[in-house]
Ligand binder design. Structure first.
Ligand code: GLU
Length: 314
């Protein structure tokens, strides 16, 4: 049987947060409980938002938590696992899409895209109505004198289906529910959708576990992989973490970043608390990540939001 390859894919734009820890824990448990491997990919595409210091801290935090990986990370193979060093790879795949006639420049400003009358989707994304899809080469050249374009990919009127490991069957018609999406920003940085779809395909990732807030990206990534002739992993999304009042956690909740929590709690306490909150353990007890491996199954993981116990992090 094929070895399962899971992954951690942190964006080093800040300190590690309990929500990231939950995601890494479930990704790790799912892979390890199937005898699989884990790779660590640094999603530092955006040079303005990413820092090597944050990445070093994330790696140190993962080690402290007992969540190990087999491949990748900051120091591995001359940055082969850092998205910031892989733009040549993304360029090749961008060119493949371009040769297929699937890419076009988009000159819409942020303000135009976010205008009050722009159609929004239920998850807060906006629907791109194809404003620049049919510009003539002359119109595009004229617009290019004033503004550098972003690059969008033309999506088909076709329903992409997949079965989420946790939430079951899911279907999205890209033309009706998403619209043509950006794969390269005007400043030249490749978009998350392209980089992640390409990397998961090329790095042999067989299982992606991530927060439910990213479930809406999955159809785009699957379609990109198929269009680019890359293999696709299976996807499992996990519920979001909220505080004890049911409020969604955000990076602003400084008390719940791992640097603070490490001052007060042992790794086994943090892992035990998250495992109980997520449904993996029936009752709280301090536990190491490895002790949870034989206890893990997707059936135990809650479907609704995961609430932290009162007082945690205070
Ligand atoms: N890099 C993303 C994050 O840190 C995760 C992307 C993914 O799992 O596909 O939120």
């Amino acid at each position: 049987m094929k070895t399962v390859v899971g992954r951690f894919a942190p964006t080093p734009s800040g300190k590690m947060h309990l929500g990231n820890v939950l995601c890494c824990l479930v990704a790790w448990l799912s892979a390890r409980s199937q005898g699989g491997k884990v790779l660590l990919r640094v999603e530092d595409l955006d040079p303005e938002r990413s820092g090597a210091d944050y990445e070093r801290q994330i790696e140190e935090d993962l080690r402290w938590l007992g969540l190990d990986w087999d491949e990748g990370g900051l120091e591995a193979a001359e940055g082969r696992y850092c998205q910031s060093g892989r733009s040549g790879v993304y360029e090749q795949y961008f060119d493949i899409l371009s040769e297929k006639g699937l890419i076009y420049p988009c000159f819409c400003s942020r303000a135009e895209l976010h205008a009050a009358d722009a159609p929004h989707l239920s998850d807060g994304r906006y629907f791109y109505p194809g404003t620049c899809r049919n510009l003539t080469p002359e119109e595009a050249a004229e617009k290019a004198k004033k503004r550098k374009p972003a690059w969008r990919v033309k999506v088909p009127d076709e329903t992409v289906r997949f079965t989420d490991l946790h939430y079951g069957p899911y279907a999205e018609n890209l033309a009706a529910e998403c619209g043509d999406f950006v794969i390269r920003r005007a400043d030249g940085v490749f978009a998350y959708q392209l980089a992640t779809a390409v990397d998961d395909g090329l790095m042999g990732v067989t299982e992606v576990v991530r927060g439910r807030d990213l479930i809406g990206s999955t159809a785009r990534q699957l379609w990109l992989q198929r269009t680019l002739g890359l293999p696709s992993p299976v996807y499992g999304h996990i519920p979001l973490l909220t505080d004890w009042d049911g409020r969604r956690l955000s990076k602003r909740d400084g008390d719940l970043d791992l640097a603070r929590l490490r001052e007060k709690w042992r790794p086994e306490e943090i892992i035990g608390m998250l495992a109980e909150a997520a449904g993996i353990l029936p009752a709280y007890r301090p536990v190491s990540a490895w002790e949870l491996v034989p206890l893990f199954s997707w059936g135990k993981v809650k479907k609704g939001d995961v609430r932290l116990p009162e007082g945690f992090g205070q």
